[in-house]
Design a protein around this ligand. Structure first.
Ligand SMILES: *Cc1c(COP(=O)(O)O)cnc(C)c1O
Length: 413
């Protein structure tokens, strides 16, 4: 039934394969050297430096977190057994929601089973058929799917273009308006102009009246634990958590755990508990996952050195990549996409980006140099690229090794 489609993907270099990891075997390192585990990946018996994980702080292998998780498993067992509204929740779920609300400075929060589930559940719950959604053109796929599931009209604004948003928002009538953006864009690593977007939404809200209100929905999946000393995008921009702002974030990236949260006013959280389908109709996360998220949140709060090291590493790698003349797609964060295109050498706008084949070959070249950095291809992105992510678990030598490999690739032409 799908053979032709699959064949076509293969021909265009777009066929994807799953690459599952093995446990990392020690070779002279101490078993307690967690940054070694957090910065490596082992595939078919070979260890590589991993520049493809969203585990920005190396917390996914933290002993402190796994100990907390084991304790919760001993207390509650493994499976949750039911949804939160039945009997799946535990005291740990409530504790995590309280901690998230404190962390994001909101009245309340609610846990979802994944970021994908949060976006596809919350957006349809807050955007009804009389409402209008305004969505950045490069928003994450889960936001796009959430918009499709809602009955609201959807208006797409140009990437990070607050002026375009302002123009479009003035034109639309609608009941409520919902502006949705990633804080950090997951494939380009650039940051949304949240201060400008906040000002646009705030000025409409200050005019008052339900028929003229705006909700700002921020997907902080790559901002939580990374921006604003780890507190996220609002802290980064010094924006207050207004009652009309909804902050969604995940435990699955910088926090090294699994699941997602939505932090907002008590009123919005109460509505989501009663109406968001991914919350109501899905089994709760196991307590051992929740305990891991609680511990991770504590670590991010109390150990600012972790995020500092992340940003030092990011700057070191970014500078090295720029020195080699790669295109970096406007990266401003630990997500650094790169394409071998060199602006200063190119004359035609059409050869601005390398094709999927070239990117696969570059990825293959890096692999031969013990560096794991997969190519990201359409349809995930329009322009093929290597998407590098750097973590606080990498050390200077790891980053030098990558920069030197890129240098050698350039030399080889
Ligand atoms: C990863 C990601 C999600 C999905 O989160 P999961 O917990 O992995 O399902 C949602 N939004 C953005 C911007 C993401 O990068």
């Amino acid at each position: 039934m799908f053979e032709e489609e699959i064949q076509r993907l293969r021909q265009r270099g777009l066929f994807r394969l799953i690459k599952d990891r093995e446990p990392i075997e020690l070779s002279g390192q101490s078993a307690s050297d967690y940054s070694f585990f957090a910065s490596r990946i082992q595939l078919k018996g070979i260890k590589y430096l991993n520049f493809s994980s969203n585990d920005y702080l190396g917390l996914s292998v933290s002993r402190r977190i796994s100990d907390a998780s084991k304790k919760a498993m001993d207390a509650y067992g493994f499976g949750a057994g039911a949804s939160r509204l039945l009997s799946g929740g535990t005291a740990l779920h409530a504790e995590l929601e309280k901690k998230v609300a404190e962390f994001k400075e909101t009245e309340a929060s609610i846990i979802f089973n994944s970021g994908y589930s949060a976006n596809t559940s919350v957006i349809p719950a807050i955007a009804g058929d009389l409402d209008v959604i305004f969505s950045d053109e490069l928003n994450h796929a889960s936001i796009i799917d959430g918009c499709r599931l809602s009955r609201a009209k959807k208006v797409v604004y140009r990437h990070r273009d607050a002026g375009h948003l302002r123009e479009l928002i003035k034109k639309e009538k609608g009941d409520k308006k919902i502006v949705i953006t990633d804080s950090v864009f997951s494939m380009d690593g650039d940051i949304a102009p949240l201060k400008d977007i906040y000002d646009i939404c705030g000025s409409i809200n200050s005019e008052g009246g339900r028929l003229n209100s705006v909700i700002l929905y921020i997907d902080d999946a790559h901002g939580t634990g990374v921006l604003g000393n780890g507190f996220g995008a609002l802290k980064h921009f010094n924006i207050k958590a207004e009652p009309w702002i909804v902050q969604m974030g995940t435990f699955s990236k910088a926090l090294g755990s699994y699941g997602a949260f939505v932090a907002a006013s008590r009123e919005i959280i109460d509505w989501l508990i009663n109406s968001s389908r991914g919350f109501v109709f899905s089994t709760a996360l196991p307590a051992c996952i929740i305990a891991a998220s609680i511990e991770a949140l504590e670590i991010v709060r109390n150990e600012p050195a972790l995020t500092e090291r992340l940003w030092d590493n990011r700057q070191r790698l970014y500078n090295g990549i720029l020195d080699q003349g790669f295109e970096t797609f406007g990266s401003e964060t630990p997500i650094i996409p790169l394409s071998p295109f060199n602006k200063s050498l190119s004359t035609s706008p059409t050869d601005k980006y390398a094709d999927a084949e070239t990117m696969l070959k570059l990825s293959e070249y890096l692999l031969e140099n013990q560096i794991y950095a997969p190519a990201i291809r359409p349809p995930t992105v329009k322009e093929p690229r290597i998407r590098l992510t750097v973590s606080s678990a990498h050390n200077k030598e790891d980053i030098e090794l990558l920069i030197n490999a890129l240098k050698a690739y350039r030399k080889a032409g």
